[in-house]
Design a protein around this ligand. Sequence first.
Ligand SMILES: [Zn+2]
Length: 702
Amino acid sequence: MNRNVLSKIAIILAFTLIVIEASARQAKSADDNSWWLTPHRLLQTNLREIDATMDTDQYVREAKDFGANIVLFNVGGIVANYPTELEYHWRNTFMQGDLVGEVIKKVHKAGIKMIGRFDFSKINEKYAAKHPEWLYVSEKGEHVNYNGQVHTCVMGGYQQDYLLKILKEALTKYPLDGVFFNMIGFPQTDYSRNFHGICQCENCKKSFRDFCGLDIPKHDGNPQTLRKHQQWKSIQVDRQFGRVRDLIKSIRSDIVICTYTTEHIDLIRKESGAPLGQETWDDVERAQWTLLTTENKQLANTTVHFYQMIFRHSAAAPYLHSRRVWQQMINGTWLDFYCIGPLQRLEDRAGLGPISDIYRFHAANEKWLLDTESAADVGVIRYDGDDYWGWIQILSENHIPFDLVSFKHSDLKRYRALIIPNGGDVRAGDANALDDYVTDGGKLLLSGRIPDGLKCMGQPALKKTWPQRHSMYVRIRPEDKAVLAMDGLKDFDLVHLRGDFHEYEPAAGTNQMLRLIHDVMYGPPEKCYYKSVSDIPALLVRKSGKGIAASFPFRIGAMYREWGNLGQPMLAVGTLDNLLQTGRRLKIESSPLLEATHRRDPKGQFEWIAFYNHSGRLENSFHPPIPIENVRISLETSRPIERVISLTNQKELTRTGTSSGQMQIILPKLDVFEIVLVEYGANRNFEFAKYCISQDSHTLLH
Ligand SMILES: [Zn+2]
């Protein structure tokens, strides 16, 4: 082969690689260098200064075996892990040679990227004594010295200027792939949670006075001044990060900037660190909401190995970490795990296996995981509160994949059905958006008070709100059961109703379902019965334009969340599926303890259904989940399927039948997690139709 041909091949190969890499990025990527928009697998072994003596070959080997393709490594700030030449940068006294220099060569050779960690919030007391003007001053007028590290202030010369010198030195000396900042902004407490208040240093005083002409307040100062102080702080942090970004990107534009804020950075860092987790679906929410509401950024939400700051060496439950990492990964964000010290020195290692299982699964299946979009048919308007979390639980337990939806950021028409928890909180402008959605053919399901200004329910007059303390029930009549068509409702003629019930005068054209029972006596058992069932509806349904809306005039999600009565989710799901006839593409029959997520290839070549098994949790313990057998999956598809495989073992799954566009699959056994991949054959460049409600013809109720 002559040189000409070879160079042509090289060009073609290079081009092909570029195309492959580009296609792996999220479509929203605006910058060719934005490699971080593709989900990575991050391992942060937050080094103590004594860890400078670790075995660096073993460090790299462990990171690789763990499945990480990027490490977050302590470079500078409080302690420099390289031979810095800067006068006020504390060189690690445990280090011999150049730790950063040695490790970055080795990790890069192993195909692992490195983000450098910097913490400029504190400085060694030796240097602090020479530059008191760099330091934070408490409301008592004191510096804060924490184990020899003294708090610095954002407005002082160290964070304003010296920080740039340190960054410049590190970034010109080492080919770091990214920079992470810890403890940014204006902290008011120390690691022992002692409160020191608003910084009173001369720099802060002067800058604040220049900003608004006022003296800098203390934390209990005039509320108006405190509001000004908040504004001033945001401006200062924004200005500082702007300068930091300019410097970093002037050195190399492909260096990712990562921290806990959103402006001037590329990769948002968050932490899941509550010892027992927070909400079961907390990481689903963080992942979905962050990606939805921040444009052109990615999220690295770390699962924190340890319980709390004061117990940094003892770990939260292995299968809590597993759940968090899975929920992040499956919603398209980075995988991120954080522990203290290198893995070789970890003294509580129980979680490493379950976390690493997911990292390695991701590594082995990048082809199917790096560039996907949600295929959920149902959107849930995100509000904080009991009703919202109850709805999330209802959907999850019934294997109904959902997207969290924002009026500002989401395209509502993309969803076959929208659920509005706590409807009374919907603002007028947003109610108009819901009306448009229904007019165009959307299916709307409301819970709680009907939003003011919403027209599709006919604006019924509110006659009365029955209070929470009243003993009430919802009667499920035979005719309701016939429409809701949920087998399990055969055992329920009523469900309890606790919480405000809003009695409406239904508007014309409203179908009235379920009935309120409020005439209830309670006390001694002999006197515990009700005398009548009212004709007040507990479910209102109304067509509007091409669509339809249904409303539970009570917070059914909140009620389920409180006591977990099994009748309530059946009313909710029956309404969604059989009354509104949402026509979900995906149906799953399995234990409620299985969480399902549905995503697809934006280019239309595959879609998948992911499962996580929650069955290991009992009280405060998260044990290995109990295997679940025979998960039945039914997926509506009109396209020829090439194969359906389990990604945990790459084995083909048997299709038990494909009739009238419904594909039936049985997953014989599921341990902790699984992804069922449906790969399409012909029309490889087919794109999934972006579901749009106005395309849908729907059947209306009787
Ligand atoms: Zn200050």
